[in-house]
Write a protein that binds this ligand. Structure first.
Ligand SMILES: *[C@@H]1O[C@H](CO)[C@@H](O)[C@H](O)[C@H]1NC(C)=O
Ligand SMILES: *[C@@H]1O[C@H](CO)[C@@H](O)[C@H](O)[C@H]1NC(C)=O
Ligand SMILES: *[C@@H]1O[C@H](CO)[C@@H](O)[C@H](O)[C@H]1NC(C)=O
Ligand SMILES: *[C@@H]1O[C@H](CO)[C@@H](O)[C@H](O)[C@H]1NC(C)=O
Ligand SMILES: *[C@@H]1O[C@H](CO)[C@@H](O)[C@H](O)[C@H]1NC(C)=O
Ligand SMILES: *[C@@H]1O[C@H](CO)[C@@H](O)[C@H](O)[C@H]1NC(C)=O
Ligand SMILES: *[C@@H]1O[C@H](CO)[C@@H](O)[C@H](O)[C@H]1NC(C)=O
Length: 361
């Protein structure tokens, strides 16, 4: 056996152990029992502890800041149902609970802002939110022998999760899972930058006309030389490249992955970024931290700037990483997920969600 295969076997054996105790609770959610005795809840159309050889696609959908996993589950379920692809699609919606959800003590719970950036569970400091995502993907790769496609998708805070997870995961990747993985990042408030370059002082002042992010506009004509490091406002915003905003002073799961590894691998990973054309409001819950403002003001503008940054400074090509503006949608998950752009990404291009099915587990 090659070294890579041995590593995969070890990971898979660990995963069997992890998901073998999955069971349905009375309200219809599933739990994975982790090896230390804590449980982690997820909504799904099938149990990740049982094999299913008809499943060819696994969609892992991450909720937003409201942690309403069931709503995201329902949207994806409706899309798959309306295209008659449900029997071969596994939809998995992990539920990251925080204190506001009154979790019981035996359930893994997280800091209300920490789960989206890979921090450890509050009751088990060796288990990070991204570790759980790794487990779910490994379980899927094991249980569905005919899997041909894995999609990890999230909106808003979930989009932030997917960008950071897709950048840093060492397990939820094609090379380990042996199935192509695509990360779909929808309307995130911020991105984890890969180095200390940000818009220069003059370019930042030109945001309004060179990258206006108005409805109907995708103009953003920055060039490579408009990105310089360090950030010109570093004096008043020393943390602009730290924690969730960059690769300095990384925390949680990301701290365990060398920054150079993240930088080198990022261009080869498959990302699609979907930006709502009307996602231009400048009010909370949008992140208004100085480190976020360094990258643009609205979510749409930050997305357009991120696109330029990746293409012009990070050796990212538009064949592996694609940006799409979704017309008529603001910061609204239903609108985004019901768009033809989103459905094309899911491989279900026809039949918009007519709310044909409302599934309450
Ligand atoms: C799993 O397998 C069964 C039996 O082959 C099939 O009826 C079912 O639709 C499959 N898919 C899902 C998502 O449950
Ligand atoms: C970018 O676009 C703006 C607005 O159309 C224009 O005024 C400016 O000259 C352009 N800059 C470059 C470098 O192309
Ligand atoms: C990216 O997607 C393509 C097409 O699905 C796939 O062949 C390739 O393996 C993927 N690359 C990675 C690194 O996941
Ligand atoms: C970020 O920009 C917004 C305006 O879009 C402003 O209200 C907010 O005060 C700024 N944040 C900081 C820390 O300057
Ligand atoms: C850019 O990416 C290409 C193809 O992925 C690779 O061959 C090349 O070495 C990379 N260049 C840099 C500077 O990283
Ligand atoms: C990708 O980039 C190339 C070269 O920069 C450009 O010619 C092409 O139109 C782009 N494709 C898409 C789909 O944006
Ligand atoms: C989805 O979009 C279609 C039009 O494309 C519309 O008829 C339908 O009501 C929308 N569904 C939801 C849930 O917004």
């Amino acid at each position: 056996m090659e070294r890579g295969n041995i590593a995969l076997c070890i990971i898979l054996v660990a995963a069997v152990y992890v998901v073998v105790g999955a069971h349905l609770n009375p309200t219809g959610r599933y739990y994975i029992d982790d090896i230390t005795g804590y449980k982690f809840p997820y909504y799904a159309n099938l149990d990740l502890s049982t094999e299913n050889s008809s499943v060819t696609k696994l969609i892992l959908v991450i909720h937003g800041g409201q942690r309403n996993a069931i709503d995201y589950y329902n949207l994806l379920y409706n899309i798959a149902q309306s295209t008659n692809t449900l029997p071969k699609t596994a939809i998995v919606a992990p539920h990251f609970l925080c204190w506001k959800d009154n979790p019981t003590l035996d359930v893994l719970s997280f800091d209300c802002d920490g789960w989206l950036r890979g921090l450890a569970s509050v009751n088990k400091d060796t288990i990070y939110s991204f570790t759980v995502l790794d487990w779910l993907l490994i379980a899927g790769a094991m249980r569905f022998p005919h899997l041909t496609e894995i999609i990890v998708v999230g909106h808003s805070a979930g989009g932030q999760t997917v960008q950071r997870y897709g950048a840093s995961t060492t397990k939820g990747i094609t090379e380990v899972l042996r199935v192509p993985v695509k990360y779909v990042v929808v309307n995130p408030g911020t991105y984890m930058y890969l180095d200390d370059k940000r818009l220069s002082h003059s370019a930042h002042h030109q945001l309004k006309y060179r990258c206006p992010a108005l409805s109907g506009s995708s103009l953003c004509n920055f060039t490579a030389s408009d990105f310089v490091g360090p950030y010109w406002r570093v004096g008043s915003c020393p943390e602009y490249n730290s924690g969730k905003y960059g690769l300095e002073n990384s925390e949680g799961y990301i701290r365990n992955v060398p920054a150079n590894t993240i930088i080198q691998r990022y261009p080869s990973r498959n990302f699609t970024y979907l930006l709502g054309d009307l996602d231009v409001k400048l009010t909370r819950p949008l992140d208004l931290h100085c480190a976020a403002n360094a990258t643009g003001y609205s979510r749409k503008q930050r997305g357009l700037v991120w696109e330029k940054y990746l293409y012009l400074t990070q050796n990212v090509s538009n064949t592996t990483q694609v940006f799409k503006i979704v017309p008529h949608c603001g910061h609204e998950m239903t609108c985004m997920f019901n768009s033809s752009e989103f459905r094309a990404e899911m491989g279900s291009p026809t039949d918009p969600i007519g709310l044909v099915h409302s599934r309450r587990l």
